[in-house]
Design a protein around this ligand. Structure first.
Ligand code: ADP
Length: 485
């Protein structure tokens, strides 16, 4: 296998339930493939609904012991998990390249990002606190406690196979919750390696479980089982809506990190070079497969031509290939559907009058590779503007004034990230306030880190991950009315 691991025990091909590796799925098996080569990497068990219920049962049994530990004890275990993830960073990165396809350097960066959530929430575990309030009655005290929500179900996507897990498991375990995780079927190997390291770090059996298999079999149990008190999801808006509807029956708490359609605004007073580099960073990272990738690029008349020329020159030079090869900057897309969507967006834009400045077709390597693309003369009617492309395609559209830019930017049901390039501080405040988005990058295309609150408004989601706010998603407020206190 390419990307041989130093620690071969990190390659796990079984589900992880109640501290035991379960190699047999009652619903059969499924294959994990390398998107760069199409080769089979592993066969994993397809767990049945009943096996998923057993995992939930294990998480439920583990809950009293885990929540009874002090925050400091849980912090120590999370910190050891962080240390082990950091120590095994290269192996985890190899697994990410193998099953997801991103360039190795990006995979190493993802592991550092993933680890940062374990470190951060190890620190936050010690800081969960309540309140004591003055009561309207003289004889009383109002005491407010923050308690763990309980058993959490997590469903994560394939595009960041490590970070999307630790961003949920970190705060959940820190708060005293237990978890059943269903990773994406394309990228379960990274999730299982993380479980192996969690076990080595001392996470007790049942506290963190990984179930593998078909989402349509596992999903309804995770959202329907009354023992699960919280569903946390990162993925498409379409699936998010379904999970919300399913969770409604048992009134579960939910956190949803859903799709985006990020606008990227470049004003006449921007530094064009900074804007081009910002766009490359947000658009071509992970071959455009990120929910905060710029999806619509609006450039003001005065700098449009200069921006388009510099961007095209940069994008045409991006090196496409196998993520393990030196110097590669763009990997394959994840699967045939992803390539078909990118092709459809480019063909539709072209048919409706857009010009291809660069790329615009499959890469000569074949398979799941697509050439990094820049389209000019894009309009609001094109699919590339209306939908999330999730691929290496930049659609350029002109605007004349600020009000028009804000109107175009907000003309979407999504509201995850937005980007704004200008050197005018007053414009930063005005436009920053007017944009309907959970996160706004100002003169930067890189906005994610463990300290900042990540999340969206409108149909991009509910709740925030990371930051001092992230742990609140896993805590429930309880109030004690203390008479005679
Ligand atoms: P993407 O388009 O990025 O693959 P999805 O929303 O389809 O996004 O997938 C994100 C996660 O949601 C994956 O783990 C996938 O298995 C899971 N998923 C997909 N469909 C369902 C479903 N019907 N019920 C529960 N989980 C699902």
């Amino acid at each position: 296998m390419r990307g041989e691991l130093n620690d071969t025990a990190l390659l796990r091909t079984a589900a992880y339930v109640d501290g035991v590796w379960a190699g047999t799925g009652d619903s059969g098996a499924f294959t994990v493939r390398d998107p760069s080569t199409g080769e089979e990497l592993a066969k994993l068990p397809k767990l049945s609904r009943a096996q998923t219920a057993s995992a939930i049962g294990a998480a439920h049994r583990a809950l009293p012991g885990w929540r009874a530990r002090s925050g400091k004890e849980r912090a120590g275990i999370l910190r050891r998990w962080f240390d082990l993830v950091t120590e095994h960073s290269e192996d985890l990165a190899r697994l990410i390249v193998l099953e997801e396809g991103k360039p190795f350097a990006e995979a190493v960066a993802e592991v550092a990002y993933a680890a940062s959530f374990l470190e951060w929430f190890a620190e936050e575990a010690k800081r969960v606190r309540g309140d004591v309030m003055a009561s309207p009655e003289r004889s009383r005290r109002i005491v407010v406690l923050q308690e763990p929500v309980g058993v959490c179900a997590a469903i994560t996507p394939w595009n960041f196979p490590a970070a999307m897990i630790t961003r949920k498991a970190g705060p959940a375990l820190a708060a005293g919750c237990t978890m059943v995780l269903k990773p994406a079927e394309q990228t379960p190997l990274t999730a299982l390696a993380l479980a192996e390291l969690a076990e080595r770090a001392g996470v007790p059996a049942g506290v963190f479980n990984v179930v593998t298999g078909d989402p349509r079999e596992i999903g309804p149990e995770l959202t329907g089982n009354p023992l699960v008190r919280k569903v946390t999801f990162t993925g498409s808006t379409e699936v998010g809506r379904l999970l919300l509807a399913q969770s409604a029956a048992t009134v579960k708490k939910t956190s949803m990190e859903l799709g985006g359609n990020a606008p990227f605004l470049v004003f006449d007073d921007a530094d064009v070079d900074v804007a081009v580099e910002g766009l490359i960073a947000t658009k071509y990272r992970n071959t455009g497969q990120a929910c905060i990738s710029a999806n619509r690029v609006y450039v003001q008349d005065g700098v449009y031509d200069a921006f388009a020329a510099r961007l095209t020159e940069r994008v045409c030079r991006l090196v496409v290939g196998d993520g393990f090869d030196e110097g590669v900057q763009q990997g394959p897309l994840i699967d045939d559907d992803a390539v078909a969507k990118v092709e459809h967006h480019v063909t539709d834009a072209h048919a409706k009058g857009a010009t291809v400045l660069c790329g615009g077709e499959r890469h000569p390597r074949g398979g799941l590779f697509y050439r990094p693309t820049v389209l000019a003369g894009v309009t609001a009617e094109m699919a590339v503007t209306r939908e999330e492309t999730f691929g290496p395609v930049t659609p350029l559209q002109r605007f004349t004034d600020e009000a028009e830019a804000v109107r175009l930017a907000n003309d979407t049901e999504y509201g995850l990230a937005a980007y704004l390039f200008t050197r005018d501080a007053e414009r930063v405040w005005r436009v920053g306030a007017a944009l309907e988005a959970g996160m706004v990058g100002i003169n930067t295309g890189l906005i994610s880190n463990e300290v900042a609150p990540f999340g969206g408004v409108k149909q991009s989601g509910l709740g925030r991950e990371g930051s001092i706010y992230g742990i609140a998603e896993y805590l429930e407020t309880k109030y004690l009315a203390w008479e005679g206190a």
